[in-house]
Design a protein around this ligand. Structure first.
Ligand code: PEP
Length: 247
């Protein structure tokens, strides 16, 4: 049996922060020796500064999107190979804010995941239901359908289950609901990808904070967290990482 991967605590800065703040942030986290893996996904213009500030540390870098094409006339976009060149190794794809703000469909995300994999990046593919879908009892079939259409054949990456209604709201699903959804995602991954689906990390995301991280991260099939707001404070990110179980 494969050894279990450490929990991954991934910070999604979204469109926050400033170049001026990176040195202090990086200094605060680079000396920490958490037993969880740490990843920071800042806005594109901060990547290079972050890469320099975290050089030599075990903290990984990622972006919050990439384009599906390798290059071309796509104003404002960034290719997976460009991301890779900065030293970043992960890319968040299909975040609900991109699905909402940019009309990204599962088909777009599928193409971006393929581009990320071709460039040697590890995609973190976000899925999750709206409150209306949860209340209608449609959460699991909706997420299963997102997985089916967003993941290309041979997918090798990470899934982040992020119920839309829990993002930035301070709300989280009940523990049994998180367990049930992560089990459903695992079953879907195995169905789609065969035995490769058994070993992929499934992160939980949505209002993870230092005070709820230990209970969320200890749940079965929760392999880490995708953290928005709390990742902007290095002490909160480290507290979340410290709350992860030792794998
Ligand atoms: C996110 O947007 O990925 C997220 C989980 O945000 P927050 O932690 O702020 O809810």
């Amino acid at each position: 049996m494969e050894p279990e991967l450490p929990h991954l605590i991934a910070g999604n800065w979204k469109m926050h922060g400033s170049l001026a703040g990176i040195a202090a942030y990086a200094n605060a986290i680079r000396g920490a020796q958490p037993h969880a893996d740490l990843l920071i996904c800042p806005p594109f213009p901060f990547l290079d500064r972050f890469a320099q500030a975290l050089a030599g540390s075990a903290i990984a870098l990622g972006t919050q999107d990439c384009h599906a094409n390798a290059q071309g006339a796509h104003t404002g976009d960034v290719s997976a190979a460009m991301v890779k060149e900065t030293g970043a190794t992960f890319v968040i794809l299909g975040h609900s804010e991109r699905r909402e703000d940019h009309g990204e469909t599962n088909a777009h995300i599928n193409a971006k995941v393929s581009a990320a994999l071709a460039a040697g990046l590890t995609p973190i593919v976000c899925v999750g239901e709206s409150l209306a879908q949860r209340q209608a009892g449609e959460a699991e079939p909706f997420v299963r359908s997102q997985l089916l259409h967003s993941l290309p054949a041979g997918f090798a990456g990470i899934i982040a289950y992020e119920p839309i209604w829990a993002i930035g709201t301070g709300l989280t699903p009940t523990e049994p609901d998180v367990v049930a959804m992560h089990a459903a995602i695992r079953a879907a991954l195995i169905e789609q990808l065969g035995s490769a689906g058994a070993g992929l990390r499934i992160l939980y995301g949505g209002s993870v904070k230092p005070n709820n991280a230990a209970s969320l991260l200890a749940l079965p099939e929760v392999g880490g967290a995708l953290v928005g707001g709390a990742s902007l404070k290095p002490e909160d990110l480290l507290a979340i990482a410290a709350a992860a179980p030792r794998d």
